[in-house]
Design a protein around this ligand. Structure first.
Ligand code: ADP
Ligand code: MG
Length: 689
């Protein structure tokens, strides 16, 4: 290739392949590709994972136990320790003019070649000082060769065959050319939000000049990331969700249906239903999330909406996360709609071919009003005559893309997402930037509150005594374990182990094991038998987490509670207390740490899903709380929607203002932003997250 000619840092362009630069050979370039670096512009997006602060360089004799420091030292001796091959520990003995320091790399065998006796390195890491022995663990390092680097140096994530120096070369080269980059946000936004420039932000996120400049840079990049995400979501809402068709579903049907129920709706249900109905009547596509704790009565809201749609001559799809739950909804809806002239059908994965064909043709010719099933309902092969409403239940993973798939089918239906997983309001603002949110914050009256009790290893037997006595009264029970098999159970209870033990101790009780590795058919058949009362005790992993409704189940026993999230335990607890009997949630905690006890206490003291969700968020932090991906949102690189809530809100506001002025981002001053946004989040006019 002609491109073999090497150039200097100042001669390359941002979009030159890395190999064009003197000092980067073909092998190195290939390794750098593994970090996502193909051209120099890519390097700008690879943010440092931390910084080597050369303002706090230290000599070995001055190091203090536990501190993180930068030390320049010569290699005296390299020795491979325990382990095999690449897994071997690497010991590098080093010295400066004040003393000696051992540098340790676990599984660092493959690094051995990099350290040669006499070479000088700058090590940056955490130090242990014990009885005069100085050790540094797993530091990042750069060969210094007497070079006097200053200031704050970036520490990048690395991969095999790539050193800090290599990446630093790429980023510092790229930074020489940021004047080629156009401003990536609309100029007006940069001015209004008082952001620093693009080039300034990049320079100071890679090589911060000082703490203030670093903070400015960081603020801008966080803002920018959230601004792009919000804009993409907002555009999908205007172009994908809110269809041109302008269907308007109206009439007194839903309200009349509500009057026929044997109970009165709670105030919260009434409010949410009217929000839903007004969305449906509006002539724009509905995009609404309904949050309501387990048992708050979401199903009947869904039913009323589907009835409204059917009476307007349109079809609805009601999606559940599993076949078994779909089955249950199907039965519930048949009862609710009986005598109302609405044709409900179940479309399930394991139904006979002829039956399936019949339902499919009913959907295509419009004779079926309401289809109940799993995600298969919106898959390729399923055709509707006029699908106007799609409802997903207990489905936290109904992401932006799926909503888009629907509108891509050209149907632009109203979309209603129902979830019992309470998402703290603060987080919902960002996660559901493109959704309207309704909350059912009230339970139907007359529920017997579930009694929640905490147990330890010592008192575990008491929990089982209670469970067995309930079963003796003709009730059913769940035992939930964090793992399937014992081998996975580091020190936790496995469902298999518990099941074997329980069956042995109680040969008279009909118990069964259920776990996620069973086939769907096996799981369904076990759930059917539990539902019909043939099975008394179900020992399982969290596969039963979602909204199955067994009224006679009154005991939920959670083993190794320390291994479950609070929100997850709350979901599990929601599986009981669905009938007319007193129910129990028994929480066995096998870890006497502060947090484990705290969590059990929270469960015992409140049944409010929102309180629990907030606590969960506090304890676990946003990263673990909800994978962003679960919501069909992309991984964010720098922004954290909880930590940066204020920035997130500001960005969202600003996006709204921008789109109010220029809804299609067609104006010249927004051209660069529009193009970047499309490159980042759109394909063929559709949002891809
Ligand atoms: P979830 O919100 O967990 O899906 P469901 O819709 O399954 O809750 O409702 C739980 C139970 O409460 C159902 O048996 C339903 O018939 C009943 N229910 C719903 N709304 C009311 C109400 N307003 N008053 C009394 N019972 C209700
Ligand atoms: Mg439900």
């Amino acid at each position: 290739m002609a491109g073999k000619q090497k150039r200097s840092s100042s001669e390359i362009s941002l979009y030159s392949p890395l190999e064009e630069l003197k000092g980067i050979g073909p092998k190195k370039a290939e390794s750098l590709e593994k970090l996502g670096l193909f051209c120099f512009a890519d390097a700008l997006d690879l943010y440092p994972r931390e910084y080597e602060d050369l303002r706090c360089k230290k000599q070995i004799a001055d190091l203090e136990d536990g501190e993180k420091a930068v030390v320049t030292a010569r290699v005296l001796l390299v020795r491979l320790g325990r382990g095999y091959g690449k897994k071997r520990t690497l010991h590098v003995l080093t010295e400066d003019n004040t003393g000696r320091m051992e540098v340790l790399f676990f599984a660092g065998g493959f690094l051995a070649k990099q350290f040669r006796q006499g070479d000088e390195f700058r090590f940056f890491g955490k130090v242990k000082v014990e009885n005069g022995r100085v050790t540094m663990f797993h530091p990042s390092y750069v060969r210094s060769d007497g070079e006097q680097a200053e200031g704050i140096q970036p520490v990048y994530p690395l991969t095999r065959g790539v050193t800090q120096k290599d990446v630093r070369l790429c980023t510092s080269t790229a930074l020489m050319h940021t004047d080629e980059l156009p401003e990536s946000l609309p100029e007006a936004i940069v001015k209004d939000a008082k952001l620093c420039s693009n080039a300034y932000a990049l320079a100071n996120i890679h090589y911060p000049e000082n703490d203030d400049k670093y903070r400015e840079a960081r603020y801008r990049l966080v803002y920018e990331e959230l601004f792009y995400l919000d804009a993409a979501l907002a555009m999908s809402k205007t172009h994908g969700g809110r269809g041109s068709a302008g269907r308007s579903i109206t009439g007194p049907y839903a309200q009349e249906f509500i009057k026929t129920l044997p109970y009165e709706l709670t105030g919260a249900q009434k409010r949410v239903l009217s929000e839903v109905l007004s969305d449906m009547a509006s002539g724009r596509a509905m995009n609404r999330l309904v949050q309501g704790d387990v048992g708050s009565g979401k199903t009947v809201i869904a039913a009323a909406a589907m009835l409204q749609s059917a009476k307007n001559g349109c079809q609805s799809a009601f999606m559940a996360p599993t076949d078994i739950l779909a089955h249950q909804h199907f039965e519930t809806l048949k009862k609710l709609f009986s005598g109302l002239g609405i044709n409900v059908e179940l479309l399930s994965g394991n139904m006979p071919a002829a039956e399936r064909k019949r339902v499919l043709s009913g959907l295509a010719d419009g004779s079926v009003d309401v289809a109940v099933g799993t995600h298969a309902l919106i898959s390729e092969g399923v055709k509707y005559r006029d699908l106007a409403l799609v409802i997903t239940d207990e489905q936290h993973r109904f992401g932006v893309n799926q909503r888009q798939n629907l509108s891509a089918k050209g149907v632009c239906p109203d979309v209603l997402v129902m979830t019992a997983t309470p998402i703290p309001r603060t987080l919902a603002v960002v996660l559901y930037a493109d959704l309207d949110v309704s909350v059912i914050d009230e339970l139907p009256p007359g529920r017997i509150p579930i009694i929640t009790k905490g147990y330890t290893e010592e008192t575990r037997d008491k929990a089982y005594d209670l469970l067995v006595s309930e079963v003796g009264k003709g009730r059913q029970a769940y035992i939930v374990a964090p793992f399937i098999e014992d081998s996975e159970a580091i020190d936790g209870m496995s469902a298999e182990g518990l099941f074997a033990g329980f069956a042995k101790d109680h040969p008279d009780i009909r118990a069964e094991l259920l776990h996620g590795r069973m086939s769907q058919q096996e799981k369904d058949s076990i759930m059917e038998r539990f539902y019909s009362g043939q099975i008394q005790v179900l020992v399982s992993t969290v596969v039963i987490e979602v909204g199955i409704d067994v009224p006679d189940a009154t005991v939920m026993l959670i083993e190794n509670s320390e291994r479950f999230g609070l929100a997850q335990m709350h979901q599990l607890r929601g599986r009981v207390g669905r009938g007319k009997h007193q129910s129990y949630c028994l929480i066995v905690t096998c870890d006497d740490s502060q947090t484990a006890r705290e969590r059990a206490d929270i469960m015992c003291s409140t049944s409010d899903g929102f309180v629990i969700a907030e606590k969960d968020l506090e304890i676990r932090g946003p990263g673990e709380f909800f994978g962003f991906r679960q919501h069909g949102l992309p991984q964010l690189k720098m922004a954290d929607p909880v930590k940066h809530m204020a920035v997130a809100q500001r960005a969202k506001e600003d996006v709204r203002k921008l789109l109010a002025q220029d809804p299609k981002l067609a104006s010249a001053e927004n051209a660069v932003f529009a193009k970047n946004l499309a490159d980042k989040y759109m394909q063929a006019g559709r949002l891809t997250l």
